[in-house]
Design a protein around this ligand. Sequence first.
Ligand SMILES: [Zn+2]
Length: 802
Amino acid sequence: MDSQAYIPGMKPVEPGPLARFTPPLEEGVISAWLPSHTSAGSWVLDPFGFSPRLALEAARAGYRVLVTVNNPITRFQLEMSARSPSETDFKAALADLAASKKGEERLGAHLQSLYLTPCEKCGNEIYADSFLWRKGEEAPYARIYTCPHCEDSGEREANPLDIERAKKIAATDNLHRSRAFERVAALEDEDRVYAEEAIEHYLPRPLYFLTTVINRIDSLNLTPERRRALNALILVACDAGNTLWDHPTQRRRPKQLNIPNQFREHNLWTQLERGLSRWTETSSGVVMEPWPKQPAESGGICLFEGRLKDLAEEVKKEIPIKAVIGSLPRPNQAFWTLSALWAGWLWGREAVEPYKPALRRRRYDWAWNATALKAAFTHLFDMLHLGTPFFALLFEPEPSSLTAALTAAGAAGLDLTSAALRTQHDPIQLFWTSGEHLKRQPNPADIEDVRKEIAAHLIERGEPASYLHVHAAGLIALAKSHALKQKDQEFDEALRETHSLIQTALEEDPRFVHFSGGESLDTGLWGLQSNVTLPKEHRDDVSEATLATGAPRPGGSVPGSAGEGLSDNDGDSSVMAQKAPLSHIVPASPLRGENDMKESLSDRVEVAVVTFLQKHPNSIFLEIEQDLYPRLPGLLTPSQAMIYAVLSSYANRESGAWKLRAEDLASARRDELNHIAGLVETIGRRLGYTTRRQDKNYLWEQNGALERTFYILASALVGRALAETPYPSGQTVIVIPGGRAALAAYKIQRDPSLAAHIKTVQVVKYRLLRTLVELPVLTRETFEEQVAGDPLEKSKSQMIMF
Ligand SMILES: [Zn+2]
């Protein structure tokens, strides 16, 4: 299986409405993938319609995108993001609502007055931004506001008037609550109880606000466009009005309808007003047609409202699907239940009907997910020609969701061609093609295949990996040999068996080491005992695969990196070095045999990023990723935090572009290395040692006996330094520039294996040698004390995780 490179994108500037429920995807990914698989103008299918952003981006890139959407809220979101009403329409709709009458009062003023609170400092009546509640209590305990009169701002204890107001609204709650049910389910409807339970997640005030507004829409006489605009604003308020806003925020992306112990009640009038910019800023001006009306060849969306099953036959006859894209559905009981509720509020009971099962179901497990995915993939498979590419994004990945997705796809006849995984916080990119129309039976699973694939990944990575990474490697082995378990509709047991197979492969093999606080297998990191010997035939697989993808060769470094960016230990074998040929700088280590681990991923990232910036100064982060990811494809994809750690050590950013610091240009570093090597010799001489250079190490000797060795780095390639120092660790000193200390500390902190190795040697900064050489009296004791007292941890390290 070829490893494909992770396709990087940009975080959207404006996350858009309902962002906490929509897949967190980067922009620019799908438009980067599509052109290499099919030409603009051709038909692309998004069978899940799970991420409005994805379909819109494909349409904007000039493709005709057929989208099926089952969730009425997601459908509305897609329509709105394709073409939102004008700002004028939004403003007019909101003004009409505000101006309508509630008794003698204007409705806008009435609704705003629900949030009045006295300023604690100046006593003026002002509008609260939000109230804070504890679960189960009858009144808020605090409010958050910014006073326009005296500028007092922040969280303040609730005032007796706040409590009184909350209780007053609660007194009429029953009436509004039953109105709210009725729009979702009729009195005699057996699903009514589920609607009631869902509505429990609204406090009396927001429920009063929302039902008042919703009951008013019909009498406003709005144009269809303004009605749409108002619906969109109300939807934002519907989401802001429930109790799923924990305070302080921990659950940014809720999955279950649970009332947090402390939560925030937003001022919904403010939310209506803010909703405007959230919709208009994400509008993309894409043409959208309802199925079967087709958009022009220049690109657009064709929306099929309903299930893929119902579309499959028609598409087969009429539409040549050239590629499939999709954000894989991830069960979200909170969003799915609320979607049914909101659809009822905005469009009435009929709109809820097809989506009603979402109200009923409480628990979604991965077996349910696998079953649903398999059904969808099977209909999808029927619509595709042999070899149609399918690019899927699995957001918020976890071992179980990946198992479910790969098992379901395999069972439906989709062949996995590659998987690219960055971190558990980024979507996994999955590449499938539709396979032969065969009746498939899974092959028996071979635990040795799983072990080989995991070991091969860890060797290639050169450092421990998260459980998700090793799990993915195991799944890929099983997917390749069509051995992912599937038992018709009983995915429960099949998924369990796959997990236990992978975990047994890890647990019962002494080559694998689990770095963790003794918790379960799927936490912490997994690595290899340092010297792994693979059978000969598998080694060949590894090198072939890596050569084909342009990834590093065994024992070497990133191609094209031959020291241009990093000039560690530049020089020949005399201390006062001349410039050495570049090929001397990054040779295959004599200590790193072909059976051994590759150079660590973090060291390779450092070399590659610096080399790239050396050649391409003023690059933006995305360009750095675009260069780096193809060098480290598939499961090797480095995290963005790692790239940032390298960049902040070596480069400055000016208006978005990164440039190496003057002192980090290769020539400057080379001069400094020579200078430090000179200091090592000078200090040695004062202490009565002779200095000799052996390969990359500077040795202090006395009467032919080795006393100390120094490995001088211009970089933070501490893993490489350790590998290239063949001397007893107690005598070894690694010298790094102070500017690299934070990067070295970052690497050590994320790699427990490196942390254990580095403890056995001494690491000092250039500055220490400069200080020592200035001392008027320097003894061997002073030297030992000073070297021991310059730990890396003392450096101002930015603690970046992952
Ligand atoms: Zn005030």
